[in-house]
Design a protein around this ligand. Structure first.
Ligand code: ADE
Ligand code: ZN
Length: 374
C-alpha cells in the first residue's frame, strides 16, 4: 500500500493502539527463546504465517473479534520480565516516531499478565522505562491507558486498579475496557469507571463494531456512566446507524477513536467508510488509529489514514481536521496540546503555501450511498 508523503509527514497523535497488539513475530520468537518458552510453532516461518490469516477466513463478521482475541492472548505468553515489556514498548515507539507520531496514548492489559503470574512491577517498570526513553531519544510523548478485561469480573478490575495505584501519577492517564464484548456491557464496570474518574483519571471503553447489543453498549458509554458519559469511546462505529446516538455523542462532546482497518478486515468498504464519513460530517470528534497492527496485516496509523483518505474519501483539509481532532481529544497536558497544535498549524501553513509534496487531489466520485439511519 502506497502512503502519500502528506500523510507520512503529518504530525500525528495515536489514541487507539494496544501495546500487546504490536508484538511482532520476530520479537515473540526471540523472547520465547530467551525465556525458555516452547511456542506452539515448529519454526519461525510457521509463527509468521499465523499472523497472516486467510482473508476469506476473516470475513466472518462479529465472530472475528473472538478469533482475533485468541491470537492476541496467545502471543502474550512470551512477555515475562521488565526488559521484555521495555523492548515491546520501545519497538513500538521507534516505529511510531518513524511515522511522525508525536504523542501516543497506549492501552495495556495488566490483568492479562498478572493472571499468568507475571508480577505487576515487571509490567509497569518495563513500560515506564520505555515511556521515559521514548521522550528522551525520540522526542515523542506517550502515556498509558490501563485497560480492564471485560471478560473478567468488576471485582477483578477493582483489584488490578488497586495494585496499579503506586504508578497512577507517573505512568497512566486513564482507564479503559477491552476484550470479549458479547454479554459484557460497560455498565457492569460502572463503579470502577466512576471511581477512576473521581481520582482524576480519564475514562474510555471499547464498543467494538457490530457486536451484540452494540447500540445499548454505546448508549451506556455516551450518557449513563459518569453522568454524561465517558471521555471517549473506542470504536463505537455502529453509533453511525442511530440518529439518537449521534446526537448524544455530539452533545456530550465524546471523542471517538476509530480503526478502519480493523473493520475493513471483516466488513466491506461500503459497510465501513460511509459510516465513518457520517460521524465526521456530524462534527463528532473522530480520530484514525491502528488498534493491533501486527495482528492486523501490519497496518499502522499511516495505513489507516490512507484508507480513510482514499475511501471516505477525505480532502487535505479534512485530513488535517482529523489530526486536530486527535489533539483536541487527547489527554496530554494543556501545554503539550498547545505544542502539538502549533506543530500541526505550521504543517498546515507549509502545505497551503505548496511546500509539502504529494498533496493529491481526492477523487470524490467513489462515494457510496449511506445505509439508512434508524
Ligand atoms: N484487545 C486488543 N484489541 C482489542 C480490540 N480491538 N477489541 C477488544 N479488545 C481488544
Ligand atoms: Zn482496541
Amino acid at each position: 500500500m502506497e502512503i502519500e508523503a502528506f500523510i507520512t509527514n503529518l504530525p500525528k497523535v495515536e489514541l487507539h493502539i494496544h501495546i500487546e497488539g504490536t508484538l511482532t513475530p520476530e520479537l515473540r520468537w526471540q523472547l520465547g527463546h530467551k525465556n525458555g518458552i516452547a511456542l506452539p510453532f515448529d519454526s519461525f516461518e510457521e509463527l509468521e504465517a499465523s499472523y497472516r490469516p486467510d482473508p476469506d477466513d476473516e470475513r466472518i463478521g462479529a465472530d472475528g473479534l473472538a478469533r482475533f482475541l485468541k491470537q492476541y492472548f496467545g502471543g502474550l505468553e512470551v512477555l515475562r520480565t521488565a526488559s521484555d515489556f521495555y523492548e515491546l514498548g520501545m519497538r513500538y515507539f521507534r516505529s511510531a516516531a518513524a511515522m511522525n507520531v508525536r504523542h501516543a496514548e497506549v492501552f495495556f492489559d495488566p490483568q492479562a499478565h498478572t493472571e499468568r503470574g507475571v508480577p505487576i512491577a515487571e509490567v509497569m517498570q518495563g513500560l515506564q522505562d520505555a515511556q521515559g526513553q521514548a521522550k528522551q531519544e525520540l522526542g515523542m510523548t506517550c502515556d498509558y491507558i490501563l485497560c480492564f478485561l471485560r471478560s473478567m469480573s468488576a471485582e477483578s478490575a477493582e483489584e488490578i486498579y488497586d495494585l496499579c495505584q503506586p504508578y497512577r501519577h507517573t505512568m497512566f492517564c486513564g482507564v479503559g475496557l477491552d476484550g470479549a464484548e458479547a454479554g459484557r456491557p460497560p455498565l457492569l464496570f460502572r463503579s470502577i469507571f466512576e471511581r477512576a474518574a473521581r481520582d482524576g483519571l480519564k475514562v474510555t471503553s471499547h464498543c467494538d463494531f457490530a457486536q451484540p447489543n452494540t447500540h445499548e453498549h454505546i448508549k451506556q458509554c455516551a450518557s449513563t456512566i459518569c453522568g454524561t458519559g465517558l471521555d471517549r469511546i473506542d470504536h463505537g462505529l455502529s453509533a453511525a446507524d442511530s440518529r439518537e446516538l449521534i446526537e448524544m455523542i455530539k452533545n456530550n462532546d465524546i471523542g471517538m477513536t476509530l480503526c478502519p482497518n480493523a473493520y475493513n478486515r471483516r466488513w466491506s468498504d461500503h459497510e465501513v467508510y460511509p459510516l465513518i464519513r457520517r460521524l465526521f460530517d456530524a462534527d463528532i470528534k473522530i480520530t484514525i488509529n491502528s488498534d493491533d497492527p501486527t495482528y492486523m496485516n501490519d497496518k499502522w496509523i499511516v495505513h489507516n489514514m490512507q484508507m480513510v483518505r482514499d475511501r471516505c474519501p477525505f480532502s487535505d483539509v479534512e485530513m488535517i481536521q482529523l489530526a486536530k481532532n486527535a489533539i483536541d481529544i487527547c489527554w496530554a497536558s494543556p501545554a503539550r496540546k498547545k505544542q502539538l497544535m502549533d506543530e500541526l498549524f505550521r504543517y498546515q501553513d507549509r502545505m497551503i503555501s505548496g511546500k509539502t509534496p504529494a498533496c493529491k487531489v481526492v477523487e470524490i466520485s467513489g462515494l457510496v450511498p449511506l445505509p439508512s439511519l434508524t
